[in-house]
Design a protein around this ligand. Structure first.
Ligand SMILES: [Zn+2]
Length: 70
């Protein structure tokens, strides 16, 4: 299925941003604790419109939003 326009926009967000209105959380957030005592989290999202999958990361070295091409 083709990626919807909202997901196209989402994948271009390089800064922290909120998920678009049709993105729903999948599973629990994965929490990583490492050298940085505050650690970081990854959360998977699924688009209800086009079924694209995203991972949102709060890690400083990661992209905020990663679109998994299907
Ligand atoms: Zn979508």
């Amino acid at each position: 299925m083709k990626t919807c326009s909202l997901c196209e926009e989402q994948s271009k967000k390089t800064r922290r941003g909120n998920p678009h209105q049709y993105l729903v959380k999948v599973d629990e957030a994965r929490i990583f604790k490492g050298v940085n005592p505050r650690g970081f989290e990854e959360q998977d999202y699924l688009c209800m419109t086009c079924h694209a999958k995203f991972t949102r990361s709060t890690g400083k070295n990661d992209l905020a939003w990663t679109l998994w091409q299907g």
